[in-house]
Design a protein around this ligand. Structure first.
Ligand SMILES: NC(=[NH2+])NCCC[C@H](N)C(=O)O
Length: 204
């Protein structure tokens, strides 16, 4: 599979689980006119791309220098990712759309986009731990295409949900969100197991 596609696949799986950041984008799409919702969506994507780039490259540089650190992160990341995968599956049955943020001033929306990204444990684990661990499995010339795939997938995800919810508003069945969660839960679980297996391969 191409490196860009691999980056996109894991990125879709991680970003589509329902957390603070996605709820913020959902709510903004529910409560704002399309143009404003797309602007707020851009804030979120820029914040997310900043976090991803810093966490992915920084973690990767350290990980490629120390083998023990690489193994530790892969093991720890693997366990957390498996646990997260179960969490995603469990939450699939409890999807609720949050409150309406329509009256929020644009500068507050901008600040919120950075907060739901940088103060979001799920986002920090996604970008720093999971993707950082995957960084350890890549050769140097695969790093940028992989990062490109990650960032492309988040752009597609955030803009697609904004457009879809903006168009369908309340008529979007929760069933669809549930199935997205089930599929991403299974993919995240699979990645966690793979990380643990790869860590053991490095040890033995
Ligand atoms: N590119 C990422 N994986 N970003 C973090 C996503 C966090 C999670 N999906 C949420 O809505 O809170």
């Amino acid at each position: 599979m191409s490196v860009v596609l691999r980056g996109m696949l894991i990125s879709f799986a991680l970003v589509s689980s329902i957390g603070m950041q996605n709820l913020f984008v959902f709510n903004s799409a529910m409560g704002n006119r399309m143009r404003r919702a797309l602007l707020i969506c851009t804030f979120v994507w820029v914040a997310d791309t900043s976090l991803t780039t810093v966490a992915f490259l920084g973690m990767g540089a350290l990980v490629s220098r120390y083998l023990w650190l690489k193994i530790l992160i892969m093991l720890l990341g693997g366990v957390i990712v498996v646990w997260m995968g179960f969490g995603v599956l469990r939450s699939a049955s409890q999807i609720e759309l949050g409150k309406n943020d329509s009256q929020m001033p644009l500068k507050d929306a901008f600040a919120s986009a950075w907060i739901v990204t940088f103060a979001n444990p799920q986002a920090i684990i996604d970008t720093g731990v999971t993707m950082g661990a995957l960084r350890g499995t890549l050769t140097n010339d695969q790093v940028l295409p992989f990062l490109g795939g990650i960032i492309l997938a988040t752009a597609i995800w955030f803009f697609a949900i904004t457009l879809i919810i903006g168009i369908l508003k309340n008529r979007l069945p929760k069933r669809i969100l549930m199935w997205i969660n089930i599929i991403s839960g299974v993919i995240v679980l699979g990645y966690g197991v793979l990380l643990i297996i790869n860590a053991f391969r490095l040890i033995f």
